[in-house]
Design a protein around this ligand. Structure first.
Ligand SMILES: NC(=O)c1ccc[n+]([C@@H]2O[C@H](COP(=O)([O-])OP(=O)(O)OC[C@H]3O[C@@H](n4cnc5c(N)ncnc54)[C@H](OP(=O)(O)O)[C@@H]3O)[C@@H](O)[C@H]2O)c1
Length: 231
């Protein structure tokens, strides 16, 4: 029996496209997003789709989401931690993206969503993960220590943190056969990536969806284009 495939931040961008691809392949998909009413109608006639509210920065919202998942009475087969923010835009930072001038509040908010958000979601849902389930954490090359450059400290820290979470969870959930992966989608044309990005959404989601379906790959690795990256 197919379990649930949960995608956070599924109302637009990479999350939405990943959820739609999984739905098209017949999976039971939970589209988790902050404003479910905005997209609910579009999925009304798809019996395998569940659109549910989730704000990953809110303990109460994450708890209520976990309760709704329990009511669906199916184990979780894959959890795609996709929801994320990039707050250090040129408008917000006045073109000053250097760590030396960075606004600590922006860094904190970024980490609260991109890194702590995953911790909240995993803490609330881990008991519902089936044996051999997959957790796919959407990270970024901007968090890759071996290629680290200056600028955007909040986003970089938050995504390096995502990779740390992948390693910790791979160890802690290994006994249950759960495979935990980090993935960089590349630079993708979404609201976050912007129109100058060099990848379209289909390319961006390919490895994300692939990882959610893989049952026999090594856990605790960092991927792009179905190949393992250095940390
Ligand atoms: N695009 C790229 O080039 C690129 C490159 C590397 C990594 N990534 C990563 O890929 C993931 C998806 O990015 P994207 O390009 O698809 O960005 P996007 O188009 O800006 O979408 C971001 C998604 O995250 C959701 N989200 C943000 N904060 C949330 C919260 N507190 N609770 C629940 N959902 C929240 C947004 O929901 P709302 O509509 O409610 O805001 C939206 O659905 C992110 O983790 C991003 O860091 C993207």
């Amino acid at each position: 029996m197919s379990g649930l495939f949960i995608v956070t931040g599924a109302n637009r961008g990479l999350g939405r496209a990943s959820a739609e691809k999984l739905l098209a392949s017949g999976k039971h998909v939970v589209l988790a997003c902050r404003q479910p009413e905005e997209i609910k109608d579009e999925f009304d006639n798809q019996t395998h789709a569940h659109v549910l509210p989730l704000d990953i920065t809110s303990d109460a919202s994450v708890k209520a989401f976990a309760e709704q998942i329990k009511k669906l009475d199916k184990p979780i087969e894959a959890l795609i931690n996709n929801a994320g923010v990039f707050l250090e835009t040129s408008k917000r930072t006045n073109n000053h993206t250097s760590l030396l001038e960075a606004d600590l509040k922006l860094i904190q908010q970024t980490i609260d969503t991109n890194t702590f958000g995953i911790i909240r979601v995993v803490q609330a849902l881990h008991s519902l993960l089936q044996k051999g389930a997959r957790i796919v954490n959407v990270a970024s090359g901007m968090g890759q220590l071996s290629e680290m450059e200056g600028g955007y400290p909040g986003y970089r820290l938050s995504k390096t943190g995502v990779n740390v979470l992948t390693r910790i969870l791979a160890d802690e959930l290994g006994e249950r056969g759960i495979i935990v992966s980090s993935v960089c989608p590349g630079w993708v044309k979404t609201d976050m990536g912007g129109p100058d990005a060099n990848r379209d959404i289909d390319q961006g989601i390919e490895t994300i969806v692939w990882l959610a379906l893989q049952i026999d790959i090594e856990s605790g690795l960092f991927w792009r284009d179905k190949e393992v990256l250095d940390w």
